[in-house]
Ligand binder design. Sequence first.
Ligand code: FES
Length: 108
Amino acid sequence: MSNVIWYEAATLDDFSEKTCKPVWIEDKAMLIVYWHEKLYAFLNNCPHENLPLTGATIEDDEIVCPHHGARFCLLNGAVMAPPAFEDLEIFPIKLEYKTIYIGIQDEF
Ligand code: FES
């Protein structure tokens, strides 16, 4: 059985349009993206060479890796352009008043 545990991750005041902000949730390096007034959460790890996405840019609806330019769909983490060939791991995210929470599966 698994359930989602919601972790407080950041406050909305830290974000402006196109912000990519790294945060730590327990032992996971995460990346929160704010784009067109919506929030997205990913594992902060590019699957190409397992490097952090910190410093990534947002172009159209895609995250562009700062290292070698792989592109990923902001909506679902799907890889859109090489050199990466695997998707980004995406996590549920929610906003309550100005507090941002990331949901992580807890497996028992
Ligand atoms: S580490 Fe991201 S494209 Fe190479």
